[in-house]
Design a protein around this ligand. Structure first.
Ligand code: GGG
Length: 349
């Protein structure tokens, strides 16, 4: 349906709206099923979408000796918008291998990850959750600077910069205005890590004050935030936090929206973004047609809303998902096969 990494053939169908270009990177495992499904849904909403496929991931590394080829980075920079599926990284160290998704986030400076958590009919055990976690996406413990100081001592560095912390706060200010947020919670552990977490917190506070939003800002230690996300998730609106804390808290919080299989995200840079379901490559069900494409589809909705500023299309897509989940129970969706969910969603768009 669309091009290979050469970028020659494209799925350009014409249409009246401004043409957008999307680089799709299925990656590994079920990425090959959920990404094409999400692309077909996006194409229904944006008939003129120009789609080109590119490679990345473990399968790509096995083929080419590189987890993210330069052609993929080039295409992403040119298109400015991507939809990534999933990657499987080996559990042991492999010479020359670097996680594809971490490479894309770092090389393309996708330095904020948006992770919304909201209640969905039929899937959520409570219907009053609607929060958004903004996770710093480029540094923290995930810079990957680990070494053995001795045979018995492994050390990992945690990098927190003023620039990256200010950037996530600036994006939080944009999102707060879009959502008409009433509360912005900075999550850190500055009592134990006063230099790194202190710099993060103070940089965020300064930016949000300069944006005139100081009145909305409060703070939580990360352990307290974790407890309160379980006790009273309805009290949160925007949470702004560092890389590792955001990774953990967003996985925890997505319990309220039906679990990891339903969790969308957007890797967000300046003028460039990659939508990405939070789930992994699920090799156990890959190829069976059982993968649920909703996380990839909802990730595409984030691309529409925050990167392409197409809020009405994002609303339309999220409403269709809501309708689908209201009208059809998980049992009626059978094995939740990719095809059934896509077909039922398209009927409701
Ligand atoms: N779509 C997110 C995803 O693929 N998660 C799996 C993951 O991040 N694995 C670690 C890695 O391969 O870097």
């Amino acid at each position: 349906r669309y091009a290979d990494v050469s970028g020659l053939a494209v799925g350009h169908l014409g249409g009246s709206q401004e043409m957008k270009r999307l680089c799709v990177i299925p990656g590994d495992g079920i990425g090959h099923e959920v990404v094409p499904s999400a692309v077909r849904v996006l194409e229904r909403l944006m008939p003129s979408l120009q789609v080109t496929e590119a490679e990345a991931g473990w399968e790509c590394f096995q083929r080419h000796g590189c987890s993210v080829p330069d052609t993929t980075l080039k295409l992403m920079r040119e298109y400015g918008a991507g939809l990534f599926g999933a990657v499987s990284s080996p559990a042991h160290r492999v010479e020359g291998y670097r996680s594809a998704i971490l490479t894309l986030r770092q090389d393309l400076k996708l330095s904020v990850s948006l992770r919304p958590v909201r209640s969905w009919p039929g899937l959520s055990t409570r219907m009053d959750v609607n929060l958004l976690i903004l996770r710093e996406n480029s540094e923290g413990l995930y810079v990957g600077h680990e070494h053995m100081a001795s045979a018995d001592m492994a050390i990992a560095e945690r990098h927190i910069s003023r620039q990256a912390s200010e950037h996530v706060a600036q994006r939080a200010a944009e999102v707060a205005r879009l959502r008409d947020s009433q509360r912005i919670t900075l999550v850190h552990k500055a009592n134990v890590l006063p230099l790194t977490c202190g710099l993060f917190r103070d940089s965020c506070r300064n930016v949000l004050a300069a944006e005139g939003l100081a009145g909305l800002v409060d703070e939580r230690l990360v352990d307290v935030a974790a407890l309160q996300l379980i006790e009273r998730p309805q009290d949160f609106d925007l949470l702004v936090t560092t890389n590792l804390f955001g990774d953990i808290l967003s996985d925890l919080a997505c319990y309220w929206s039906g679990g990891l299989g339903l969790a969308p995200s957007l890797n967000w840079g300046r003028g460039i973004a990659i939508a990405e379901p939070v789930h992994g490559s699920a090799p156990d069900i890959a190829g069976s047609g059982k993968a649920n494409p909703l996380a990839a589809i909802l990730s595409a909705a984030l691309l529409l809303r925050y990167h392409w500023h197409a809020g009405l299309l994002a609303d339309q897509l999220e409403r269709a998902v809501e309708l689908l989940l209201t009208e059809l129970s998980v049992a009626e969706l059978g094995d939740q096969t990719t095809d059934i969910i896509e077909r039922e969603l398209l009927k409701r768009l």
